[in-house]
Design a protein around this ligand. Structure first.
Ligand code: NAD
Ligand code: UGA
Length: 459
């Protein structure tokens, strides 16, 4: 099928950037991104591209170049489904918060709603593409819903998981390591391959069966997260033994079989997907009674929770075993640099633990709006909103955030933190002035020379 019109359901961190790049590279395809969230669509349509709902380096330029030409953002979901030959489902698949599988399984209600919506509206044959990350065999459920419409329309289902990372989404989309397409119909697979073929070399477009494709996505995230938990587990051992985790990571990473990437010890991984996808993998394994498999992967999460907790505990212990009434400045609230996304950010959990120990926290992040900090803390339900509010300050200026603080905790690896005037920060803080560098971002010798008591991960 020759694709001239694409619809993408879900204008989020994946749908937005992915479709923007598809539109840029396929000027002859009309791409419409739809969402039930009218505010989000309005933000995508804002003439001032600095107000787009998602911050990604390079994204605003691509949106500016393609929007109203062949890229459209709309809330008219039925219309976009009706007129498209290919429909991407790119809605959220969060961890279930209720019922069977609560806290483990992926909640597929949004996926099912999309499938039913497509089944209701479609009048011509469609290729339906799973872009969201889904449990293996979800395509079976989608197929079952679509094939029971009774209107003799042909639906072909493809799995095309997305591997972009936030903060580098545009670059990852423009130069992917691979594009994965799983399916049963060769024609449908080749239709999607030709969309990517506008800019991705064919040898990087991998064709597999549906289930391999679905499972590869969960597996890729599990392997990546596992590397972070592995190096983080070693960081704790480094702190006890005098080894330096940066040196260990470098030494093992030079082995070409191990490789240097994803070996940066940290306060713990965050983001909307690693934890959710591993929990989902664990749940699937348990549902097949594969308990050893489930336990194996669950350990990645257990280690990550431990790392976040132990970072906060170390800070408290170093501050003479109490942070009660002390101001702790948190630099960085996003789950990684170059994004405004805070989902599952380690900073939230560290801050929550410090608040439970009656600390006053003072937050600065270059891209996260202040109101988001309280929303994230309130979401945990650890204490009342009023209590969170009275113990939390948020600042637009990092030098204000650190004023009279007993300690600074660096929780996101924003580049700009490195070039701050740390001498001025030192002068504004209470003495002794502590830094807890959850990203091993700052230069230890420089910090010590200024007078800080500097603590990094795994050193
Ligand atoms: P998101 O929450 O940013 O966006 C999802 C959007 O879907 C929301 O705007 C929501 O309003 C919309 N939506 C939900 N149900 C809808 C419906 N029935 N009709 C229309 N719109 C609907 O989520 P995201 O981060 O873009 O993630 C989407 C999927 O992609 C998830 O499965 C995730 O695991 C996967 N993924 C995410 C990333 C990432 O970096 N964020 C990377 C790879 C894969
Ligand atoms: C991750 C994967 O890298 C993407 O391939 C995948 O598409 C995506 O999840 C997804 O499915 O959502 P993302 O979560 O955006 O992307 O960002 P990462 O760069 O993977 O970082 C995740 C977390 O791990 C961050 O908190 C980061 O700071 C942390 N991390 C990463 C480390 O602590 N150390 C490292 O060496 C690498």
């Amino acid at each position: 099928m020759k694709i001239t019109k694409i619809c993408c359901i879900g204008a989020g961190y994946v749908g937005g950037p992915t479709m923007a790049v598809i539109a840029k590279k396929n000027p002859n395809i009309k791409v419409t991104i739809v969402d039930i969230n009218a505010d989000r669509i309005a933000a995508w349509n804002d003439e001032d591209v600095s107000k787009l709902p998602i911050y990604e380096p390079g994204l605003a330029e691509i949106v500016q170049e393609t929007r109203h030409k062949n890229l459209f953002f709309s809330t008219e979901i039925d219309k976009a489904i009706d007129e498209s030959e290919m429909i991407f489902i790119s809605v959220n698949t969060p961890t279930k918060t209720y019922g069977k599988g609560k806290g483990m399984a992926a909640d597929l209600k949004y996926i099912e709603l999309c499938a039913r919506n497509i089944a209701d509206v479609a009048k011509t044959d469609k290729i339906v593409v799973e872009k969201s990350t889904l449990p293996v065999r979800t395509a079976e459920a989608i197929k079952s819903i679509l094939h029971h419409t009774g209107n003799s329309i042909n639906f072909h289902i493809l799995s095309n998981p997305e591997f972009l990372a936030e903060g580098t989404a545009v670059n990852d989309l423009l130069y992917p390591d691979r594009v994965l397409i799983g399916g049963e119909s060769i024609d449908a697979i080749e239709s999607l391959a030709s969309v990517y073929g506008s800019w991705v070399p064919d040898d990087k477009i991998l064709r597999t069966n549906l289930w391999s494709s679905e499972l590869s996505k969960l597996t890729a995230n599990a392997f990546l997260a596992q590397r972070v938990s592995s190096i983080n587990s070693i960081s704790e051992l480094c702190e006890q033994t005098g080894a330096d985790v940066n040196e260990v990571a470098k030494a093992i990473g030079l082995d070409s079989r191990i490789g240097p990437k994803f070996l940066k010890a940290s306060v713990g991984f965050g983001g909307s997907c690693f934890q959710k996808d591993i929990l989902n993998l664990v749940y699937i394994a348990r549902s097949y009674a594969l308990n050893e498999v489930a336990d194996y992967w669950e350990q990645v999460i257990i280690m990550n929770d431990h790392q976040k907790r132990r970072f906060a505990d170390r800070l408290i212990k170093t501050l003479y075993n109490t942070v009660s009434g002390k101001k702790i400045a948190i630099l960085g609230w996003a789950f990684k640099k170059d994004t405004n996304d805070t989902r599952e950010s380690a900073a939230i959990y560290v801050a929550d633990h410090l608040l439970s120990e009656q600390a006053q926290i003072s937050v600065f992040d270059p891209k996260v709006p202040c109101e988001k900090v309280l929303i994230d803390l309130n979401y945990l339900n650890t204490r009342t909103e009023k209590e969170n509010e009275s113990a939390t300050e948020c600042h637009q200026d990092p030098y204000e955030a650190v004023k009279d603080a007993h300690a600074v905790a660096v929780l996101t690896e924003w580049d700009e933190f490195k070039s701050y005037d740390w001498k001025a920060i030192y002068n504004k803080m209470k003495k002794p002035a502590f830094i807890f560098d959850g990203r091993n971002l700052l230069n230890k010798d420089e910090m010590n020379a200024i007078g800080f008591e500097y603590h990094a991960i795994g050193q």
